[in-house]
Design a protein around this ligand. Structure first.
Ligand code: NAD
Length: 275
């Protein structure tokens, strides 16, 4: 049965693929993004392949913007059945320059060099807001459509960081841990009104948000980029398409007893001890 699917951050690399996959399954897809041009480009791509989609500007941190987006979705497609909270990301101001603190780092005056002690609370707040509030707020707005209907679900996007924090990115790790925790909390809270809540925990996918951390200008892997491959038993980065089958499984009505789970899609990264 065709559903109304709302995907936030769907102008981006991973969630545009997820949005297109829902359209290919015959669902009506509202492609939401802060960047209207990116949202419209994805919606047009879906329509050019015969799918049903609209591109809508929505800031996941702004209630008014989300309410306007919801009005547009409701007017065009009807009420929302599935919400994918895809918008998220990291910020350089919440990132240390080195994985470990060395004594000499405290004397380093290179412009832009940051130890833990230099992290800017504004950067940390940006990352917490984007990932956590940016998941909570769209859920408050769109999940109201789901109450009392059958077959509705919410899919959040967590990360490997949520299980064990990665070095250098304490804000992003903490924020994604909050997303995983919230996924479980909300699954319990909405269990009696029939709305399921689950999450994907993608491993490592080369996208705009991490390209400079993982690749050099010539396209070769940075030390960190290579370290990830060494820690991934399948010895590769994920492709956005790797997320599709789990997304469909979690959002399918047939998964009616599955709620509150966070599924790693990581080529074995989280299962591997490194030895
Ligand atoms: P991306 O940067 O390609 O896409 C993110 C999209 O979110 C962009 O189109 C951006 O415009 C949009 N966005 C940013 N701020 C917004 C706001 N306030 N309101 C609405 N939209 C906003 O990133 P991606 O790699 O496709 O990431 C998608 C999700 O997957 C994110 O939640 C990310 O944290 C998560 N994730 C990514 C990886 C990875 O390796 N790339 C791994 C684990 C989890």
């Amino acid at each position: 049965m065709s559903k109304v699917v709302v995907v936030t951050g769907a102008g981006g690399v991973l969630c545009s693929t997820i949005a297109m996959a829902f359209a290919e399954e015959g669902h009506k897809v509202a492609v939401l993004d802060l960047k209207l041009d990116a949202a419209e480009e994805v919606a047009n791509m879906i329509k050019s392949k015969g799918g049903d989609a609209i591109g809508v500007m929505a800031d996941v941190l702004n209630e008014e913007s989300l309410k306007k987006a919801k009005e547009e979705v409701n007017k065009t497609f009807g009420s929302c059945d599935i919400l994918v909270n895809g918008a998220g990301g990291n910020h350089p101001l919440g990132t240390t320059s080195n994985p470990y603190l060395n004594i000499e780092d405290l004397e380093n005056t290179t412009e832009g060099f940051k130890t833990f002690f230099d992290l800017d609370p504004e950067g940390i707040k940006f990352v917490f807001n984007l990932n956590f509030i940016g998941t909570l707020l769209p859920t408050q707005i769109f999940a109201k459509d789901m109450i009392g209907k059958k077959g509705c679900s919410i899919l959040n996007i967590s990360s490997m960081n949520a299980f064990t924090p990665l070095t250098k990115i304490p804000a992003y790790s903490g924020a994604k841990a909050a997303v995983s925790n919230f996924t479980q909390w909300l699954a319990v809270h909405l269990a009696k009104v029939g709305v399921r809540v689950n999450a994907l925990a993608p491993g490592f996918f080369l996208t705009d948000q991490n390209r400079t951390l993982l690749t050099n200008e010539d396209g070769s892997l940075t030390q960190r980029g290579q370290q990830i491959i060494n820690q991934t038993p399948m010895e590769r980065y994920g492709e956005p398409e790797d997320l599709i089958s789990t997304t469909m499984y979690l959002c399918d009505e047939k998964s009616s007893f599955v709620t509150g789970v966070v599924i790693p899609i990581d080529g074995g990264f989280s299962a591997y001890s490194g030895v």
